[in-house]
Write a protein that binds this ligand. Structure first.
Ligand SMILES: *[C@@H]1O[C@H](CO)[C@@H](O)[C@H](O)[C@H]1NC(C)=O
Ligand SMILES: *[C@@H]1O[C@H](CO)[C@@H](O)[C@H](O)[C@H]1NC(C)=O
Length: 353
């Protein structure tokens, strides 16, 4: 009698038992009997299945670890380099950057950050550069005096750590500034408008593009958020990363305080959540800080504007493909102060109060 395990072996070793099948399948594939369209259809179906499989495996090996890393966040973190500033601005603009983005910083300085006002100060914040990068960074810092190195390891997951570093920096060195504007280096801002926005804002409030979708992605990509990291089906209202304004002197302190007693302090998984969701959503909600959506912040190079007293006004754009701040700042300035017309595309005519 055959053991069960022998059966398949035997089956495959004797293909001649099914001569018709073994002969016709390869033959059919190369012959013209299957029309080319059906063949293509089959191929794309296979590709689609393979892609679905690829996605499903990615969500297993995602961003978040089953075994959380409980390393405490160092709220006393150092700044290895910081500019000496004699001014006491009302609006502190901190730009998220990495050591290697020399060209972008250069273009930012030459374009939107070149704005003379005692009330506004722009500085760049990065994580720790490599040994090779350090000399160039020091030189850049001597020339422009606008560079901050936070004691944070560079990498994709450093975004939340960098924002926390910004809050700590503002609290320690510019406690009297009314507004902290957090901007990514690939954003183009009209500082004059942010200055006015800050003057008019009644804090504590977070201002930005705060009408973004809030549902939590559970299982589509590797960015899927497992329930053990965030259990609610939607995030609190939050303002999209890129550029947002913390208006009110004490907003950074209040967010730091909430972070200290939230999973931010001892869960790497939590700190891997989107930086905007953490600070302008979860922590702001807990701290009781309002978020207010304002028009005129765009996700794309194409500016969004609203009409203020009949004239176009914008705040910022985000460079996706055309990473050229100089050119895009010029584009943005061209529509500033132009009279609104009813047929203008991308116009938003509401103004929330
Ligand atoms: C900033 O603009 C002024 C003119 O408004 C110009 O003289 C100066 O060189 C610019 N600075 C930089 C860093 O491009
Ligand atoms: C995806 O998540 C939904 C609930 O959010 C669940 O019902 C569904 O079974 C999940 N699909 C997979 C493939 O895990």
């Amino acid at each position: 009698m055959l053991r069960k395990t022998d059966a398949p072996t035997k089956y495959y070793r004797t293909p001649r038992r099914f001569p018709g099948l073994t002969a016709t399948v390869p033959h059919m594939l190369v012959s013209r009997r299957i029309p080319i369209l059906a063949y293509l259809f089959l191929a794309s179906l296979l590709a689609l299945l393979a892609f679905k499989f690829h996605l499903s495996t990615r969500s297993d090996g995602g961003v978040f670890e089953d075994e959380d890393d409980p390393t405490p966040f160092d709220f006393a973190l150092n700044f290895l380099l910081k500019p000496e500033s004699e001014t006491s601005p009302n609006v502190l603009v901190l730009v998220t950057t990495t050591p290697s983005e020399v060209r972008m910083r250069d273009q930012v300085r030459r374009s939107w950050a070149n704005y003379t006002s005692q009330a506004v100060r722009v500085e760049f914040l990065m994580g720790i550069p490599t040994k090779e990068q350090l000399p160039a960074i020091q030189k850049e810092s001597e020339v422009y005096k606008d560079m901050i190195i936070a004691d944070v390891i560079e990498g994709y997951y450093s975004l939340a750590a960098k924002t926390m570093a910004m809050l700590l920096y503002k609290t320690r060195y510019y406690p009297d500034a009314k507004c902290l504007v957090k901007a990514d280096v690939d954003n183009v801002l009209i500082l004059r408008n942010y200055e006015r926005l800050c003057e008019e804002a009644v804090g504590p409030v977070i201002l930005g593009k705060c009408d973004v979708p809030r549902s939590v992605l559970r299982n589509t990509t590797k960015w899927a958020v497992p329930e053990f990291v965030y259990s609610e089906p939607v995030y609190p209202t939050y303002c999209s990363t890129g550029t947002y304004v913390l208006a009110g002197k004490t907003v950074p302190q209040r967010l730091i305080k909430e972070a200290m007693r939230s999973p931010f302090s001892n869960s790497l998984n939590f700190r891997k959540l989107s930086e905007d969701v953490i600070f302008t959503g979860i922590l702001a909600e807990k701290a009781g800080i309002r978020r207010r959506h304002i028009n005129g912040l765009s996700f794309f190079e194409m500016p969004e504007f609203f009409c203020r007293n009949g004239f176009k006004t914008t705040y910022s754009t985000h460079l996706l493909n055309d990473k050229n701040p100089v050119k895009n700042f010029y584009k943005l300035m061209k529509i500033e102060g132009v009279m609104c017309k009813w047929w203008d595309p991308y116009g938003v005519r509401r103004w929330y109060n």
